[in-house]
Ligand binder design. Sequence first.
Ligand SMILES: Nc1ncnc2c1ncn2[C@@H]1O[C@H](COP(=O)(O)OP(=O)(O)OP(=O)(O)O)[C@@H](O)[C@H]1O
Ligand SMILES: [Mg+2]
Length: 258
Amino acid sequence: MTNGRIIGLISGKGGVGKTSLTVNLGISLRQFGNEVTLIDADFDASNLGVYLGRYEHPVKMQQVLKGENVPEKAIFRHPTGIKVASSSNEINEVSPSTDNLREILLHAAEDSDYVLVDCPPGLNPMVESIMSACDELMIVTMPTQTASTNAAQIIHKAKQLHKPVLGTIVNKVDGNPEIELIDKEVEMMTETHIIGEIPYDQKMKSSLFENQPLVNYDPLAEASIGIKQIAADMDGQSYERPKFAPIKRKLNKFKDIF
Ligand SMILES: Nc1ncnc2c1ncn2[C@@H]1O[C@H](COP(=O)(O)OP(=O)(O)OP(=O)(O)O)[C@@H](O)[C@H]1O
Ligand SMILES: [Mg+2]
């Protein structure tokens, strides 16, 4: 196997959906037959494990970054089939040195088709060092002026670092052009092209509440379908949207009530 692609999911603004996407895109890529490893690089406010159903593993990324443990001990196989290295939330573990992050990512890429790196929000030296350790970057934003402005700033930084940007994912889309930016406007503001759009979907929160990644919790959810499409496009697969998904969703709602 040749080395897999190391892709960082970044945003300027926090809360746009990076972690949700890292998890669900990773599982979708796995369902297309890939070996996938997720790396939790949000060392100061880690929550990848929470999004994976509160999954705990004794060896965390910080220990590997500090040289106290080896990457193979931190990477574990999650029940969904993806591999994961999560970070610690403990206060004395925050802001570790990222000097050997590139080495860890390269190790993960040795037996993976995709290494998805869940980045912290913002633009600071820590984020910059994580961006530098990745091969490619995927921008996550929302159809708002503030999120797109912050996305533009991080894309500018990516250009300075000579990191290829795969494109932009617009998440939490309501589809109302009167109150949100349309794709063309996001593209103009960020000077990137949009590689996927994911609707605002309450099911995303329900899945978190139920401790299950959305694409498994409800494969027919609108956001699941959007994420699957992005994974298919990334992987060069053809993906047929599930037939009659809106009707099936309605029937499922009735099933929940009765
Ligand atoms: N398409 C969506 N529709 C509705 N809610 C969503 C969607 N995507 C994500 N969310 C919700 O938005 C919140 C923030 O998501 P998430 O933690 O993935 O963002 P983040 O970019 O990783 O945040 P941070 O910058 O703090 O790391 C969560 O409650 C999540 O359930
Ligand atoms: Mg996050």
